[in-house]
Design a binder for this molecule. Structure first.
Ligand code: MG
Length: 159
């Protein structure tokens, strides 16, 4: 078995859609980035790549490459899933923490977990999405950013 950890943070900005965990969440701002800036899926990508020692999301999908401009992060996660699978790994589980002062994440946690499981081709019960505010502290607490942590466990096929 192999474990990986991932982290990501993006700034909140006006005039952007808020996409987190592969779903669109109604809010007055969205995350700023080269792609759709889905911090949750980016953290999951890095956790999976880390577990397989396959580098990081920036190496695979450089934000200087116009090919990835405004790309859906679900597509990036799907590509990472392909790399993991062709490396001979199965995903045991993925555990995620979303850090957002606003909007409330509770109504969306299940849907995010379901969407991530769908992209990865695993069961909804293998993905956990937890959410916290940052207790008003720092950039996240001041609603200037949203961050996410993810951990992933992989197993080698046939072991
Ligand atoms: Mg990112």
């Amino acid at each position: 078995m192999r474990i990986g950890i991932g982290y990501d943070i993006h700034k909140l900005a006006s005039g952007r859609k808020l996409v987190l965990g592969g779903i669109t969440i109604p809010y007055e701002k969205g995350l700023l980035g080269h792609s759709d800036a889905d911090a949750v899926l980016h953290a999951v990508c890095d956790a999976l790549l880390g577990a397989a020692a396959l580098g990081d999301i920036g190496e695979h999908f450089p934000d200087t490459d116009p090919e990835y401009k405004d790309i859906k992060s679900s597509k990036l996660l799907s590509e990472v899933n392909g790399l993991i699978r062709s490396g001979g790994y199965l995903i045991s589980n993925v555990d995620i923490i979303v850090l957002a002062q606003e909007p409330k994440m509770a109504p969306f946690k299940k849907k995010m977990a379901g969407e991530i499981a769908r992209i990865l081709g695993i069961k909804a019960g293998q993905v956990s999405v937890k959410a916290k505010t940052n207790e008003g502290l720092g950039a996240i607490g001041e609603k200037k950013a949203i961050a996410a942590y993810a951990a992933a466990l992989l197993e080698r096929k046939g072991e």
